[in-house]
Ligand binder design. Structure first.
Ligand SMILES: NC(=O)C1=CN([C@@H]2O[C@H](COP(=O)(O)OP(=O)(O)OC[C@H]3O[C@@H](n4cnc5c(N)ncnc54)[C@H](OP(=O)(O)O)[C@@H]3O)[C@@H](O)[C@H]2O)C=CC1
Ligand SMILES: CC(C)(CO)C(=O)C(=O)O
Length: 312
């Protein structure tokens, strides 16, 4: 929309993108000439920011906090787009001089190739309503990818967490999300994971809001539909394209640590506090931790093999 955007990244990312243009596809995205963006390889550039938008994994949050503390001007607002429910509190506690705004990204984005990022599913960015996010929403509205302002983001983050419970299953399957959801065996595993988490939310008294076209309470039943029926109904509503892959599947494939602690780990913390059993989520957590520690992470678990490991 004409504003200057600086991207702070690492050498490997800039090497991967090359000279550009940065190709953005899916949704309303369009090819972007990299000369429109200021690319930085050092956090010192934080000192110039009017708004800091955090789009890194939760495992990198501690380091990012140190860099913001070291370089950002006092009072610079931070928009936090991380998955999970606790990053905003973590930022607020560690950086009291900075207002922290919560945001939620409902859609999937994958690297299609070196300089090409592809948005592979539907949904609208949600931002906690503040004067800064209201101004930001006005600035980006003409791009055709408007943000939706919400009074409270926490219930939305808990709703998104339910969607993210598919991430460990997807990571262990090693399949694109669409190909995985076409198979009833994987869907039944996600349905059981979701049902268990909903019970934990009920026991723990969590206030949450549906993210996506249908309530997870209905989705956990629809996931049990036979392939032919499901693939023509719910899967179409999700507008997932064949490239979709959860961020956790990408991390595990690359041998990086995953966000399992911020996702499934959050359900386990709630379950422990409410004294509510969560054996399926607990087993998924352990399986991902074991793969993270393995010299070569094993993806490609069939639905039947995974169901057996989860004692389903
Ligand atoms: N991908 C998706 O479809 C979605 C992701 N999300 C959430 O958004 C967040 C970001 O995910 P995603 O974009 O997939 O993550 P990626 O891992 O693809 O990208 C994060 C980037 O940030 C870089 N980075 C991390 N810390 C720093 C730092 N201190 N300085 C400079 N660069 C840094 C990483 O570099 P390096 O690899 O070198 O550490 C990496 O290039 C996560 O919380 C995720 O759960 C939410 C919705 C959808
Ligand atoms: C794919 C999506 C949108 C939901 O699982 C996501 O949040 C992720 O990949 O982490």
């Amino acid at each position: 929309a004409g504003g200057r955007i600086g991207l702070i990244g690492r050498d490997a990312t800039w090497a991967q993108i090359g000279a550009g243009p940065l190709r953005l596809t899916g949704g309303t995205a369009a090819d972007t000439d990299l000369s429109l963006l200021d690319l930085h390889d050092s956090p010192e550039a934080l000192s110039e920011a009017d708004l800091i938008v955090l789009t890194l994994k939760s495992i990198g949050l501690e380091r990012a906090i140190e860099e913001i503390r070291a370089y950002a001007a006092e009072g610079t607002p931070i928009l936090c787009l991380l998955n999970g429910v606790s990053a905003v509190e973590q930022l607020g506690a560690a950086l009291p001089a900075h207002p922290v705004i919560a945001g939620m990204v409902p859609f999937n984005v994958v690297w299609a190739s070196g300089n090409h990022l592809h948005r592979s599913s539907a949904g609208q960015l949600k931002l906690e309503r503040t004067p800064v996010s209201t101004a930001l929403a006005e600035i980006i509205a003409p791009t055709g990818a408007p943000a939706e302002l919400q009074d409270a983001l926490k219930p939305i983050q808990y709703g998104k967490l339910l969607l993210n419970l598919i991430n460990p299953i997807n990571a262990l399957s090693g399949l694109p999300l669409h190909a995985m959801l076409c198979q009833s065996g994987y869907r039944r595993i996600y349905a059981a994971t979701l049902r268990e988490a909903l019970r934990v939310y009920d026991e723990a008294g969590v206030t949450w809001q549906t993210v996506g076209p249908l309530s997870p309470r209905l989705v956990q039943w629809l996931l049990r539909l036979p392939d032919a029926l499901f693939n023509r109904t719910l899967l179409r509503l999700q507008k997932l394209d064949p490239a979709s892959m959860t961020s956790m599947a990408v991390d595990l494939a690359a041998g990086r640590p995953t966000e399992i602690d911020a996702i499934t780990g959050e359900i386990l913390r709630l379950a422990a506090a409410a004294d509510c059993p969560a054996p399926i989520n607990s087993a998924l957590y352990d399986l991902i931790k074991a793969q993270e520690a393995a010299p070569t992470p094993q993806q490609g678990h069939s639905a039947a093999a995974l169901a057996q490991l989860l004692r389903l």
